[in-house]
Design a protein around this ligand. Sequence first.
Ligand code: NAP
Length: 326
Amino acid sequence: MADNRRQSHALWPGDTMMSPRYSINRRGALALMVGAGALVGFSNQSSAQVSSLLTKPIPSSGEMLPVVGLGSWITFNVGDDGELQDECASVMRAFFAAGGRLIDSSPMYGSAQQTIGYGLDKLSRPKALFSADKVWISDPGAGREQIAQSQELWGIPKFHLLQVHNLLSWEAHLQTLFEMKAAGQLNYVGITTSEGRRHAEIEDIMASQPIDFVQISYNVLDREVEDRILPLALERKIAVIVNRPFRQGDLIADTADQPLPDWISETGAKNWAQLMLTFIISHPAVTCAIPATSNVSHVQENMNAATGAFMEPALRKRTIDYVESL
Ligand SMILES: NC(=O)c1ccc[n+]([C@@H]2O[C@H](COP(=O)([O-])OP(=O)(O)OC[C@H]3O[C@@H](n4cnc5c(N)ncnc54)[C@H](OP(=O)(O)O)[C@@H]3O)[C@@H](O)[C@H]2O)c1
């Protein structure tokens, strides 16, 4: 069985395209750290793990979110392949069983939204779900129609969070999202970027617009956001979602053969993935990281990063120095 999920899309395909790419049939300081938070409403969760999950508040509402979520780019773009859809549903089952809530997707991610809808159906619609999707279309007037299509694919009446993907036509879409939030049609509004693109514009929007979330790339080697964006998020009380925590898997692949630091027990992490995630979620401005995976044992490993403890700044610095020395 061929698995085309690894065929990566162009990373920044949106800004000049006239319409989203639907390929449904293609296979393809610790101040904000609040520690444990109990989740309710999903009977399959392991209560021992869930009750000790690290959570942080969404600054604009105080709602608590587990510090590890689930991405869906590439990994969930499996088209109509029933076997792969079932594998993705198993990943989602393990995610919710470990106390996970936030799943992130986009109309840009091929059939990922359809796969999420399939998984949610198969899992009898977990109440714990925190749905985070995006609007990604150049036509300023087409946002609502695209959002309605996305809701249909997920099989949900409304999203918790909608983000303007890669700032595409952001002026018009942010207006739409603010109107929808005011009308009770979604809870939170956000913007996204990745890999350091358009950070100056991201900062301007964070400073001038009443957004609830910003999504950016951040990991132990890509730390540009530490200079301005993360401090601004703290100042403006904007929640931060971190994408590409593993540099799309490269960070794990590059360190796989390297020895773990002999002080790793001080971090609570047991492997590279957990060390990388613990580093990220320990930044005071970060609300959650959203690693993507198609693998049940990986999602369990990633969720276990949310059961340890946050790293002190000195240990975060030690982690940077160690990874940079490899
Ligand atoms: N502009 C934007 O809005 C934007 C841009 C980029 C990403 N995102 C979002 O952020 C999410 C995460 O970013 P990403 O998907 O680019 O990259 P990522 O999460 O950094 O890396 C994903 C890769 O890591 C591997 N992986 C995951 N957990 C692992 C583990 N425990 N051990 C070993 N390998 C592991 C996965 O392979 P396996 O399947 O084998 O586990 C997958 O290939 C995306 O899925 C998407 O939802 C948004």
